[in-house]
Design a protein around this ligand. Structure first.
Ligand code: ZN
Length: 59
C-alpha cells in the first residue's frame, strides 16, 4: 500500500503531526476547537423573563 500522505493542518497548512492530528500543533488544535465552540455553541439567553400573568383562576 502506498504511504498515506500526511494531512495538512487545516489551520495553518503545515503538515499535521500524529500527536495533534489533523493539526500540526496543540496551538492549532486549540484554535480550531475555539472556532468550533464559538461557531456552534450558542450561549443561551438568560431565562429570567417574568412569569406571564395567569389569566385564570387564582388561589
Ligand atoms: Zn497548524
Amino acid at each position: 500500500m502506498p504511504e498515506t500522505p500526511h494531512k495538512k493542518c487545516p489551520i495553518c497548512g503545515k503538515p499535521a503531526v500524529d500527536e495533534f492530528k489533523p493539526f500540526c500543533s496543540k496551538r492549532c488544535a486549540d484554535i480550531d476547537l475555539n472556532r468550533w465552540l464559538t461557531g456552534n455553541y450558542v450561549i443561551p439567553a438568560r431565562d429570567d423573563e417574568p412569569l406571564p400573568d395567569a389569566d385564570g383562576e387564582e388561589n
